[in-house]
Write a protein that binds this ligand. Structure first.
Ligand code: ATP
Length: 235
């Protein structure tokens, strides 16, 4: 469904992504792991069109989307949940969720999407009229994912959803991601520093170091020791 080939993204002279090749098959959950500054966020921003790659191809359902505007990519069914979620704290939970479905014309369709998201994240239902600033970190992340789902994407890009969350809340979010894949066939690319959580739900994983893929393997086969070496720069 998503295929990157020799993608390079640079900020000035610094190559944050340096010839990355990644494949995400439809209906799978793929993790991208790596230490701080490895290039994970840049990778997602490049896929969703927020930064243009210097070279390489990015195919989404067969179409090359490298350098295409982010709103067009979103309309093609690829939804990006940025680091920290990007929730608008001045708005209520309901208003944030509505924003996710802004360009959907059909009212009934929007209402169904809202029901589905609230069923997926019950804590949001009881806080539906609350201002987003009053939500806990976990609720905010649920809102961010829920908002992305309101557009009924075919693929979700998630940037460190576990950041700053308690282990139990992280586990809850990972369970929802697994459920989404199993029940709806949603394709997910999950960027995480929290390798243990990501590997518990992913089928395949890539590890990035200094903008390059250094591990490309089934999630089950990746050991804590292997990751330890990569994170410390030994590989
Ligand atoms: P983190 O976990 O901190 O988000 P990351 O793996 O997502 O790290 P990136 O944020 O993609 O990594 O950063 C990769 C490299 O690109 C780093 O060296 C970083 O300093 C650099 N970089 C990131 N954003 C910019 C920018 N806007 N301008 C210049 N350099 C940047």
């Amino acid at each position: 469904m998503l295929e990157l080939s020799t993608v390079v993204t640079a900020y000035g002279a610094v190559k944050a992504i340096d010839g990355v090749g990644i494949t995400v098959s439809a209906g799978t959950l793929t993790a991208v792991l790596g230490a701080n500054g490895a290039g994970k966020t840049t990778l997602l921003r490049t896929i969703s069109g927020l930064v243009a790659p210097k070279s390489g191809t990015i195919r989404f359902d067969g179409t090359d989307i490298a350098g295409v505007a982010p709103d067009r990519i979103a309309r093609m069914g690829l939804s990006h949940v940025p680091e920290h979620g990007g929730v608008i704290t001045e708005l209520t939970v309901r208003e944030n969720l509505r924003l996710g479905a802004l360009w959907r014309r059909d009212k009934a369709d929007r209402a169904t999407a809202l029901d589905e998201v609230l069923a997926l994240f019950p804590p949001l239902e009881s806080r539906i009229s609350a201002q987003a600033s009053t939500l806990s970190g976990g609720e905010r992340q649920m809102l961010a994912i829920g908002r992305a789902l309101m557009s009924r994407p075919r693929m979700l890009l998630l940037d460190e959803p576990s950041l700053g969350l308690a282990p139990m809340v992280t586990a809850q979010i990972m369970r929802v991601l697994r459920g989404l894949r199993e029940d709806t066939g949603l394709t997910v690319l999950l960027v995480e520093q929290n390798a243990r959580s990501a590997l518990s739900v992913a089928e395949h994983a890539y590890v990035l170091a200094l903008g390059r893929v250094v591990v490309d393997a089934p999630a089950q086969s990746i050991t804590a020791e292997a990751l330890h070496d990569v994170y410390l720069g030994a590989k």
